[in-house]
Design a protein around this ligand. Sequence first.
Ligand code: GTP
Ligand code: MG
Length: 206
Amino acid sequence: MNADHNAIFSGPVAFLKSAPKLEFLPDAEAPEIAFAGRSNVGKSSLINALLGRKAIARTSVTPGRTQELNFFDVGAPPSFRIVDMPGYGYARAPVKTVLRWRYLINDYLRGRQVLARTFLLIDARRGIGKVDVDMMAMLDGAAVSYRTVLTKTDKVKQTERDKVAAEVEAALRGHPAAFPGLILTSSEKNYGIEELRSAVLGSMRC
Ligand code: GTP
Ligand code: MG
């Protein structure tokens, strides 16, 4: 992590808007980096840690908190935008809601020209489930390159974490749009945030 990285993330950061439907997307005037993952995996918390703000993205102990695409400007005017996505795989959400989120995510991934990269979050306690494999297939189908991030690593012992990490890395091999390798993080303990920042900035250079 160099001084340039810190300067970008400690500069102006602002919530821009929430888009419950595609017609509410902001103008495509800056590259976008999206954060996807199952409900409660820690997307909004990781965005707060990434942006060095306590509560710019809304978090909740209850799954299903983020229900729209939420856009955050980094820099003013924005050098890029961070997009907090609704979580998938929330068993208790009504079927209609689940379908609405799925279409919103899929249409965004397939149609957004300025989307530079997606970060796919996997809970270190749960590993990859069927809903994550579905999401990976959606990203492959949309030809959106993605990097995988393990969240909540503070919640597991190192042996368990290494086992889950090896399983996730093995699962990534069959997915053409996936970058190999994992970023291990904890928003709670601020682990892996510098590496994540570098990966976010790096995704706009290639
Ligand atoms: P949805 O918006 O519902 O899809 O959830 P989300 O993926 O945005 O998760 P969110 O960031 O709201 O976090 C869900 C819960 O996990 C909250 O209670 C967080 O405090 C907790 N959490 C998130 N990241 C971490 C972490 O790194 N460590 C620990 N211990 N808890 C975490
Ligand atoms: Mg959220």
